[in-house]
Design a binder for this molecule. Structure first.
Ligand SMILES: [Zn+2]
Length: 87
């Protein structure tokens, strides 16, 4: 299964300053995150599907994308991603 990449986190995003459960570091503006399925949680219907090896809707937690995939983190933020144009 391919890990879906979300981000970069923007100022005011609800995850900014929360801790990544994989590395215990806070999510920062500009970080990319991924959602990791951990199991059926306490939902009895989903638990039954899981026990029977059926597709179920898992509880997901957010981690840094790099903590899930091993991808290198971008240490230096790009100072400008915009181009000014007169057109
Ligand atoms: Zn992390």
């Amino acid at each position: 299964m391919k890990t879906e990449k979300f981000g970069p986190l923007i100022d005011g995003h609800p995850y900014v300053d929360d801790k990544c459960p994989a590395c215990s570091c806070a999510f920062k503006i500009g970080d990319f995150i991924a959602r990791v399925p951990i199991g059926p949680g306490a939902y009895t219907n989903e638990m039954a599907k899981c026990r029977n090896n059926l597709t179920y809707n898992p509880i997901k937690i957010c981690c840094h994308y790099s903590c899930i995939t091993g991808e290198r983190r971008v240490k230096e933020r790009r100072s400008s991603g915009r181009r000014s144009s007169d057109s």
